[in-house]
Design a protein around this ligand. Structure first.
Ligand SMILES: Nc1ncnc2c1ncn2[C@@H]1O[C@H](COP(=O)(O)OP(=O)(O)OP(=O)(O)O)[C@@H](O)[C@H]1O
Ligand SMILES: [Mg+2]
Length: 299
């Protein structure tokens, strides 16, 4: 990417041009992809380069209509009544008034009633707020939303009505080379790098990627996990730990929260034991691939 804030994005050329095209065509975008694949990062990079103000919503099942559009501040209402100055605009009203982007993380986690508030805002570019009246969207108002695919987490479906108003941009995991770049970019600011520290981005990325294609694993690890492994191991190695000890310890801290085993009849504890055994196996494999013998000599 040659210009703008999207420069800090590694790769993603095709997806960036898809999102840009939608926004220039004044279409709302739904970004879909597994946890940690880079949806938020991509959305924020592209909206930043537009220069439009961005108002962010993080969807959860307790998010309310009032929180999305706005609410009256009780003390001010007592003093001044239901006047416009007593109204605290929510992100939807702010984005509409300022012609900005409403960025909704995990749209499918919002209760359906809250999702439906978006329909008139998108279609007629107007919503009506009780006791305040109609609010019209300024030129430029658009919605970018993200969702994780259904099979990954216990999330609700988006209604047909909502889906019909979004264009879909699918994000899949990036190539190993791109993921390694993401991790090494993140570690760059950490001062002098020994030969060993330079191996961390590749080792961490390789390990995270191994978790994605195993029959016993339902949800594998993203580049976010690779970032964690590398950042933790980096600290430990700088503190004097041996590469392989630091790498194993970081893997065992970073992955159990992020990967999910297929559940059969097994108890939670045996699943954890099986997971740890798998992780140790993969750590050995990655270390062997990187030439463990050579690393040992150095420490
Ligand atoms: N192409 C990329 N270039 C640079 N950094 C990236 C890229 N993709 C992902 N990252 C980094 O990886 C991490 C995870 O990305 P992000 O938070 O955008 O994922 P997500 O898909 O929104 O995850 P979630 O499903 O949990 O919301 C972040 O630290 C982000 O900065
Ligand atoms: Mg996100």
């Amino acid at each position: 990417v040659s210009s703008g804030s999207a420069a800090e994005l590694v790769g993603r050329k095709a997806e960036i041009s898809q999102v840009r095209a939608c926004l220039r065509a004044k279409r709302n975008v739904l970004l879909e992809g597994p946890v940690g694949v880079g949806k938020t990062h991509l959305a924020l990079a592209v909206t930043r380069e537009l220069g439009a103000p961005v108002f962010r919503v993080d969807g959860d099942n307790r998010y309310s209509e009032q929180k999305l559009s706005g609410w009256f501040d009780p003390p001010t209402v007592i003093q001044k009544g239901f006047t416009p100055e007593a109204f605290m605009p929510g992100p939807l009203v702010e984005a509409m008034k300022k012609g900005g982007i409403l960025f909704i993380n995990e749209l499918n986690r919002l209760p359906e009633g809250v999702q439906n508030v978006l329909l008139p805002a998108i279609d007629e570019r107007v919503i009506s707020v009780p006791r305040l009246g109609e609010i019209r969207a300024a030129e430029g108002f658009l919605v970018i939303a993200t969702q994780n695919p259904k099979e990954f987490v216990a999330t609700s479906h988006l209604s047909e009505a909502i889906l019909d108003r979004f264009e879909l941009v699918v994000l899949d995991y990036q190539t190993e080379g791109e993921e390694v770049s993401i991790v090494s970019d993140k570690l760059k600011g950490r001062g002098g790098q020994s030969k060993e520290l330079k191996l961390l981005p590749l080792a961490s990325t390789r390990l995270a990627r191994m978790t994605r294609n195993h029959p016993r694993i339902r949800r594998g690890a993203s580049v976010r996990a690779a970032l964690s492994i590398a950042e933790i191991a980096d600290v430990m190695i700088r503190d004097g730990a041996a590469f392989k000890d630091a790498f194993l310890a970081a893997v065992l801290m970073a992955l159990p929260t992020r990967i999910e085993m297929e559940r059969e009849a097994d108890a939670e504890s045996s699943l954890r034991a099986e997971m740890n055994a798998l992780l140790r196996e993969w750590v050995d494999q990655v270390l062997a691939e990187l030439g463990e013998g050579q690393l040992k000599k150095k420490t």
